[in-house]
Structures are given as C-alpha cells and as structure tokens.
Design a protein around this ligand. Structure first.
Ligand code: FE2
Length: 247
C-alpha cells in the first residue's frame, strides 16, 4: 500500500487525498521533468558566444530531455486518455484539456529542438536567446500541465486502471532506449527525489544490481556529466560533491 505523494506543482499539497495509487510513480517522473526544464534555460545562457564545444555538450543534453518528455507524453497519450474517455465519460473536459496541453508542449519542444540543432554548431548569442526563451515557455506550460494532470487526471486514472494495466504502461515505457546515458538519467532521477524520500524510493524502485552498478561506476559517470554540463564551459575542477548519494 502506498500513500499518494503530494502533487508537486499543486497549489495546496496538504489538500492532496490519501489513497492507494500507482500514479505516484508518475509523479516522481514529473518531478524530474520540472527540475530538468526549470534548469534548461540557464544552461543555454551559460554558454559563452562562440564556445561551440560547450554548446554541443548542452545541445546534446537538451535533445535528450526533449526526447524524454516526448516519449513520456506519447506514452500517456497512448494509455490514458482513450481509457479515461471510455471508463469515466464525465471527465471529458479534463481529457480534452490534457490532450490540448500535451499538444502545446509538444509544439514548443519541436521549435526548441530545431533551434538547438542550428545553435550547436555556431553557439551564437541570438539563437541562444531564442532557445532560452522557448525553453522558458516550455517550462511555464509544463508546470501548469503537470499540476493540472496530477490534480484532475491522476485520481481518476488510479480509480479506473488496474495494477496489470499500470504494469503494462511501465513495460511499454521501458522498451524505449533512453535518449541519454542510463547512469546519467538515473543520477538525474535520484537527484529529483527529495533527500528525505530517497532511500525509500531507491529500495522500492531500483533493483539491487542496478543500485550496485550505480555505486560502482554510474555515480562517477553522472557526476562527471553534470559537472561538465553545469561548468559553463570552464574546465571542471574535479568532483563537486553535488551528486546525490545513497547508501
Ligand atoms: Fe501529461
């Protein structure tokens, strides 16, 4: 039995109901997206004009997080909305809103993705400013959408989807090749879980061999990747100690 996590973007987390639900697992993914897209504009602004080496590094990360969000929303589109329409027809307005918000986020992501392609080889200030502005708009739309989805759709989905159906959704999501190195993605996931909940989350969600592999090699790989990404093009000075630790 699990307790519903607070809706991280909801105006009043204390008002979230307590119930058994599998959508908690998706709320964890939402936290990751909130952090990634809140940080993204500053990563672009941190690239000095003409520093094409660092621009390519940031561009690769941006392509990765954009692809990750596309896959997440396509999975939700494939598994949530038609079922919600069939089994909870009174929620039609919410379904319509979710589809519309996904579409708006997707359009903005595609604009940003195309600009990132162009910028990666030139690192010009004008394109960087446009990308940062597009990513800020993605962040704004996403924050609004995730809060609406967690408040208006997830309680309904928890009531109408069986455990077997949630398992099927997870299997489907895991079939996609991650658009970034797996340990980097895992480190970002761990970082997005509040420290007080991290141990419990890892024990529940990460198989022991994965935890061992992350401790042995993955954490260093993650630390190096984020340090280079957040170094604003400066040569990293060794480990920042900022990477999330777990026992
Ligand atoms: Fe969504």
């Amino acid at each position: 039995m699990t307790t519903r996590l607070p809706s991280t973007g909801a105006p009043d987390p204390a008002a979230a109901p307590s119930t058994t639900c599998r959508s908690d697992e998706v709320v964890v993914i939402h936290r990751l997206f909130r952090r990634l897209f809140a940080e993204a504009p500053s990563l672009v602004r941190g690239v000095a004009p003409d520093d094409t080496a660092h621009a390519r590094r940031v561009a690769k990360h941006l392509h990765g997080i954009i692809a990750l969000l596309h896959v997440h929303h396509r999975t939700e589109d494939a598994y949530f909305w038609d079922v919600m329409t069939d089994r909870a027809p009174a929620c039609g307005l919410h379904v319509e809103l979710m589809r519309r918000q996904h579409g708006a986020v997707s359009d903005r992501l595609d604009v940003a993705d195309a600009l990132v392609d162009r910028w990666a080889h030139r690192a010009d200030a004008r394109t960087a400013a446009r990308i940062a502005s597009e990513l800020e708009e993605v962040d704004r739309l996403l924050v609004e959408h995730l809060a609406d989805e967690e408040r208006d759709a997830f309680p309904v989905l928890d009531a109408i989807l069986s455990d077997a159906e949630w398992d099927d959704i997870h299997r489907h999501a895991q079939r996609h090749k991650p658009p970034m190195p797996i340990f980097v993605l895992l480190g970002l996931m761990i970082e997005s879980v509040p420290e007080a909940e991290r141990e419990q989350w890892l024990a529940k969600e990460m198989p022991a061999p994965v935890r061992l592999a992350y401790r042995a090699v993955g954490r260093r790989q993650y630390e190096r990747a984020v340090e280079r990404l957040r170094s604003h093009g400066r040569e990293p000075r060794g480990s920042t100690g900022a990477a999330p630790a777990f026992a």
